[in-house]
Design a protein around this ligand. Structure first.
Ligand code: URA
Length: 298
């Protein structure tokens, strides 16, 4: 299959997953609509055009097309219509991630957060991983230590990761928002990030996903899921356990570990674990009968 067809399928898959989740409208930039409206040049003209998005066909069976087809801007626009892109350098995933991190650590797009944070909590783990966990935002513990999910919720997440058969360092853990949401006047406590804060910060996470190219993303909780896919209208209770697609990557929404700690019922613990079993299945990882039966007979 050509890269163009893959991109098209991914876009269609993503839109279909939104539709299944109850979304009836998506936000599209005016330039995108205008670009989609423009007539597409025939292949020969396109090959010679100066369109900015080029997809190279590597399959020898793909003849008699030219070796490199310039895809008209609308196609790449559709893939990218949800965010701005951040540039980074490097040959390996680790180098690219280091380049991205260097830029993120000095980000001051949200003036109020840059002023209140101790440090940017960029993300942690193996950039070569197949599995990525995405939370909402750092809390006080994470702000102090500079690492996501190190507080009580983080301890539960680490336990879940280990029960799945991974070490914490095998996977990648990040947040939609890289700075702790400020709590002016309060001595303690955390607040959820606003939609505007998450929208501003999202390009960093999108670049992390682009570098890692995980096989599966797990969205931890309703806020993280809304940060990733603002168009979703259904709640986490309905969406959890159901596969969505995020920029072509299978995405499993599940409960946030902090919610499970707050509502520590057998039902909630079973729910999050069943979602993780689906993730393991998708990754083709071993699942023992013992793993399958956790929480079944408690
Ligand atoms: N909750 C989150 O969503 N992210 C963290 O890093 C910690 C707690």
């Amino acid at each position: 299959m050509s890269s163009f067809q893959e991109a098209l399928d991914a876009t269609i898959g993503y839109l279909e997953s939104l539709k299944r989740a109850g979304v009836t409208h998506v936000a599209v930039r005016r330039e995108t609509l205008e670009a989609l409206d423009r007539p597409v040049a025939p292949p020969a003209a396109r090959a010679a055009s100066s369109a900015p998005y080029a997809i190279r066909h590597t399959s020898p069976a793909a003849a008699p097309q030219p070796a490199s087809i310039a895809v008209p801007a609308p196609c790449a626009e559709v893939q990218d219509m949800f965010a701005e892109r951040i540039r980074y350098t490097g040959a390996t995933k680790a180098e690219k991630m280091a380049s991205l991190r260097e830029q993120a650590l000095v980000c001051a797009k949200c003036k109020h957060l840059a002023a209140s944070r101790t440090q940017v909590v960029f993300g942690v783990g193996n950039p070569e991983t197949e599995l990525m966990f995405v939370g909402e935002a750092p809390g006080a513990d994470e702000d102090a230590q500079g690492e996501p999910f190190v507080g009580r919720a983080g301890q539960l997440l680490t336990k879940i990761i280990q029960t799945m058969g991974f070490n914490r360092a095998d996977v990648y853990i990040g947040n939609v928002l890289k700075c702790r949401p400020d709590t002016p006047g309060a001595q303690s406590g955390n607040r959820a990030p606003t939609d505007a804060e998450m929208k501003t910060c999202l390009p960093w996470l999108q670049a992390q996903i682009e570098i890692i190219q995980p096989k599966v993303i797990v969205a931890l909780g309703a806020v993280a899921l809304r940060g990733l896919i603002p168009e979703l209208s259904a709640g986490i209770t309905r969406l959890r356990g159901n596969w969505l697609l995020y920029r072509g990557v299978p995405l499993m929404p599940t409960y946030h570990p902090a919610y499970v700690l707050r509502a520590y019922t057998l039902e909630n613990r079973r729910a999050i674990w069943e979602d993780m079993l689906k993730v393991l299945e998708k990754l083709g990882r071993p699942i023992t009968p013992k793993m399958r039966n956790y929480f079944k007979s408690a």
